[in-house]
Design a protein around this ligand. Structure first.
Ligand code: TRP
Length: 465
């Protein structure tokens, strides 16, 4: 059986780490984490999210990297050949397909939000943040999202940027991009946290993020004061753990397939998860103190970060420069993430359909761009109720479907594959952990805890139990 295997490889473990962190750290940390935390009431939601990262995200990431490195091909082929080697059903390849579709859906809204960041580089540079208040900042953002032409322009530009890097290939395209930009983003976030301490209501923001009050998160009250229990925030937290770590659709699997044999999977995973979580928490610490100081609503929705931070840039010394730099780095972070969203599809098209990378990139880019038009219109022409389903716009629906359903489902199958379809010996050999005790713990979690946890959250959120 002559299955074509990937010969591409990262130049070192560091290169793999940077690419994986580049994939993980993105809009999910800086845009999505604060706004969904605000929509779900703060501390208790953050705690559930952290538990999901530790208990399900980290073990599933290890499984994805391990499977990718063992299969050395795109996720579809990887799952098919590994299943074959272990005498399992070729249907496992379907999990790879699910991931490819999830990647398209995510990119089709990710690119639009990244477009906001692109547009805000210009706004910052032109000094449009000068002296902004909560109200005027909201207007500035509304003017952007209210204009289909502007959104379409920036969405197109970001898609083009992504496809240019994708066409050039992971090594030449990506490694250089993340090496020094990620640390710089981190420094800038630290500056913003410092500003939030000085100028925001830091104590209130801090307590909002870290004080755990389950009743506020898990009970939804009607205007008449009728409160009912809801487990939906747990599903959102779980979905976000997958989203922020780039799990459940084969992105990390395909990056793992380019990983050198000798690099430690467990150690790398831990570092990626810690870096990713740190960035999200810092973004929260930078944003919520300002939200409260400015009298904004934490639950304002997807625009939260884009309305809040410009107020800071418009009022701090040197804010024009800091603001420009911030949105520039946010674009870079989104760029290194979006690339990984299509890498499974690109690897599939080049390996199985023998397309060149530029051709594969073009095909994928055009498809995701067309899908993205729906996300663009969700904020203006199609924002009305007649275009909504369950009070959600097309943009919201795509995010919900991909993040809260497809990714956890993909993660569930990956855990089941690693824990049950693969033999214990194969898993142990590929993970090559130094401590056998630690392997035993991972194996237990991937066989029982992760699948049971994901299933329970699903059943609970759909109201079945
Ligand atoms: N993790 C990225 C972020 O937080 C988004 C992302 C990139 C992603 N690749 C992914 C999400 C794969 C899910 C699956 O911005």
């Amino acid at each position: 059986m002559a299955e074509k295997r990937i010969h591409n490889q990262w130049s070192s473990r560091l290169a793999f780490m940077l690419a994986a962190i580049g994939s993980a750290v993105g809009l999910g940390n800086i845009w999505k984490f604060p706004y969904i935390t605000g929509e779900h009431g703060g501390g208790a939601f953050v705690l559930v999210y952290l538990v999901c990262v530790a208990l399900i995200g980290i073990p599933v990431m290890m499984a994805e990297i391990m499977l990718g490195r063992r299969g050395r091909a795109n996720p579809i082929n990887t799952l098919r050949t590994l299943a074959q080697e272990e005498g399992r059903s070729p249907l496992w390849a379907g999990v790879g397909w699910l991931g490819v579709f999830a990647g398209f859906i995510i990119l089709s809204f990710y690119s639009v939000v990244a477009g906001w960041a692109l547009a805000y580089i210009i706004e910052a540079m032109m000094g449009h943040f000068q002296g902004l208040s909560g109200e005027t900042s909201g207007k500035l953002f509304g003017a952007l999202t209210g204009s289909p032409e502007r959104l379409l322009f920036w969405h197109s530009l970001f898609m083009l940027m992504t496809m240019v890097v994708v066409a050039r290939g992971v090594r030449s395209g990506l490694e250089r991009l993340v090496t020094w930009l990620m640390p710089l983003l981190f420094v800038l976030l630290a500056v913003l946290v410092g500003y939030a301490m000085a100028a925001g209501d830091f104590s209130r923001g801090f307590h909002y993020l870290f004080d755990v009050n389950f009743s506020e998160v898990f009970y939804r009250c009607s205007p008449e004061g009728q409160c009912t229990f809801t487990a939906e925030p747990v599903l959102v937290a779980l979905g976000h753990a997958f989203f922020t770590l780039s799990l459940g659709m084969g992105a990390i699997m395909v990056y793992g397939s380019y990983m050198p044999k000798e690099a430690s999977i467990a150690g790398s995973t831990l570092m990626i998860a810690v870096a990713d979580t740190l960035v999200a928490l810092m973004a929260g610490l930078a944003i919520f103190p300002l939200v409260f100081a400015e009298g904004l609503q934490p639950g304002a929705g997807p625009g939260l970060v884009f309305v809040t931070l410009p107020i800071a840039f418009g009022n701090m010394p040197g804010g024009q420069l800091v603001g420009t730099l911030f949105f520039l780095l946010l674009v870079f972070a989104a760029w290194s993430s979006s690339i990984s969203l299509v890498e499974p599809a690109v690897a599939f098209l080049t390996e199985n359909e023998h397309l060149t990378r530029p051709r594969a990139a073009g095909l994928i880019g055009i498809t995701a761009w067309v899908l993205g038009i729906g996300s663009v219109l969700s904020f203006n022409l199609w924002s009305g109720e007649e275009y909504q389903v369950f009070g959600k716009t097309l943009f919201d629906i795509k995010d919900y479907l991909a993040s809260n359903i497809m990714l956890p489902l993909g993660g569930l199958f990956i855990a089941l594959f690693a824990g049950w379809a693969l033999t214990r010996r194969s898993a142990e050999e590929e993970l090559a952990m130094r401590s056998p005790g630690l392997f035993g713990k991972w194996y237990f979690v991937i066989r029982y805890i992760a699948p049971a946890g994901i299933t329970l959250v699903f059943l609970n959120a759909t109201g079945l139990i």
